[in-house]
Write a protein that binds this ligand. Structure first.
Ligand code: GDP
Ligand code: IMO
Ligand code: MG
Length: 425
């Protein structure tokens, strides 16, 4: 029996590493691209031929003609937001009906899930997670408590099921004392329109599609959303998202046996960012942080929120590489560091008692980063076309990262455009 291969691509930091761009670049090597978790909390940006696109629920393989894209069972989908996203793509000349399959087992984010998301955040007060407000947590909560509404439900008695879930949510909101339902009717109308629109797509048992594809000797790329430090188990809990963002999530989110996974591509920025609340050991509160934010245009693709910025954290990355089984690293946004005199990388943490450690501890709230400094390369790298053109200082930095992380960096991204990508030999 011929068998194909599954590779997984995911974020190693706190999201927004540049996953969308790399999926688009790598798609020509694959037959199928599949999302396995998350939902419209994601914002994956792609740039090519002078156009910029931001994808939320639709896989980033959609632009490289003729490939099948799958929204897997592990994803949570908001019909209204999905409809807007798909219609925008169609309007820009990228119709999806033939190319995009949706798992019947994917869960639906209801309008009341979004209100619940807000209500839980308000209830947390100053400890709020800083969610994207897209209803992600409440939808996954309903999934695990066996109360979810799935894409497959659209096909039978949908209205009855919807109203039952809505009533349960309204009771919950009432018990929390929530009274703000402004715009709800309009949202609900849009949402129902979205459900009707979704019927234009093929609802599939994506685990069968995926495994048939593999048996036919074809190649699949799984596209992660968020990042390892936002993983529900291994991230900086409770300041995380509600799904498994790590490579294991591709198995549960698509129905793939772990023995089918080949490469795990770990995406990281040459520095680090985070949106929302929660610990971030290398965060910078000074001019250097502002400079990273400005040069990196670090504003959220979904919420427009300013991203917190800091130096690359190799202790955190080593942990992410471990829990994901990363086989190859892909470094993004190295161009953002092009003008820095000095570049720092965190190579250890100091605990409040003065002890130095080199493994990510249970609690990263009070650790102080220990830095190694590098001489900046002070060269505009955005127009380079080949790794032989890299400045010496940049090569020194890359070599150190590879040695410290014990993993090869196979691709270096030197700008947002598809073309600004250097594949290392
Ligand atoms: P994702 O969520 O991991 O797909 O990443 P986002 O799209 O949220 O954020 C990455 C941002 O960086 C986007 O605005 C990209 O266009 C941009 N980007 C990606 N790679 C590079 C790069 O190498 N250099 C620069 N300057 N920007 C990049
Ligand atoms: P992509 O795929 C960055 C963050 C939110 C918040 C926490 C929980 O573009 O990398 P949620 O709405 O998921 O319940 O929010 O997770 N978060 C992201 N941060 N990139 C993302 O996705 C994110 N998705 C969620 O800011 O702190
Ligand atoms: Mg993003």
């Amino acid at each position: 029996m011929e068998t194909g291969k599954v590779d997984v691509l995911l974020g190693l930091q706190w999201g927004d590493e540049g996953k969308g761009k790399v999926v688009d670049v790598l798609t020509p090597r694959y037959d199928v691209v599949a999302r396995f978790q998350g939902g419209p909390n994601a914002g994956h940006t792609l740039e090519f031929e002078g156009q910029k696109y931001v994808l939320r629920s639709i896989p980033s393989g959609i632009f490289q003609g003729g490939k099948i894209n799958i929204i897997g069972n592990g994803v949570v989908l908001a019909p209204d937001l999905f409809m807007n996203e798909a219609k925008d793509l169609a309007a820009s000349g990228h119709p999806l009906f033939e190319r995009l399959y949706i798992s019947k087992k994917a869960h639906l984010i209801m309008p009341t899930h979004r209100i619940l998301d807000k209500a839980y955040e308000v209830a947390k007060g100053k400890d709020l997670v800083g969610t994207t407000g897209k209803g992600i947590g409440p939808t996954y909560t309903d999934k695990t408590s066996r109360n979810g509404l799935r894409v497959g439900d659209i096909l039978h008695d949908f209205e009855i099921k919807y109203l039952k879930h809505k009533e349960r949510h309204l009771n919950l909101l009432k018990s929390m004392g929530w009274t703000d339902f402004e715009g709800f009717e309009e949202t609900e109308k849009q949402w129902m329109e979205g459900v009707e629109y979704m019927r234009n797509f093929r609802f599939v048992d994506s685990e069968h599609v995926i495994n048939h594809t593999l048996r036919a000797g074809k190649f699949i790329l799984c596209e992660g959303a968020q990042g390892t430090m936002l993983d529900i188990d291994f991230g900086s809990y409770p300041f995380v998202t509600s799904s498994n963002t790590i490579s294991a999530g591709a198995c549960t989110g698509l129905g793939i046996g772990p023995n089918k996974i080949g490469n795990v591509f770990g995406i990281m920025k040459a520095y680090c960012t985070r949106v929302g609340s929660g610990p971030f050991p290398t965060e910078l509160f000074d001019k250097t942080g502002d400079k990273l934010c400005d040069l990196g245009h670090e504003y959220g693709a979904v919420t427009g929120r300013k991203r917190r910025c800091g130096w690359i954290d190799l202790i955190q990355l080593r942990y992410s590489i471990m829990v994901n089984g990363v086989t190859e690293l892909i470094m993004m946004k190295s161009d953002v560091l092009d003008t820095f005199d000095t570049i720092k990388a965190c190579v250890g943490y100091e605990l409040p008692n003065g002890e130095a450690i080199d493994e990510l501890p249970y609690d990263i709230n009070d650790v102080k980063p220990i830095y190694k400094e590098f001489k900046g390369w002070k060269t505009d790298m955005t127009r380079l076309t080949d790794e032989t053109q890299f400045p010496k200082e940049f090569n020194d930095y890359v070599k150190f990262l590879e040695e410290f992380l014990e993993t090869r960096i196979g691709v270096i991204s030197i700008g947002p455009d598809r073309e600004q990508t250097i594949i290392r030999k």
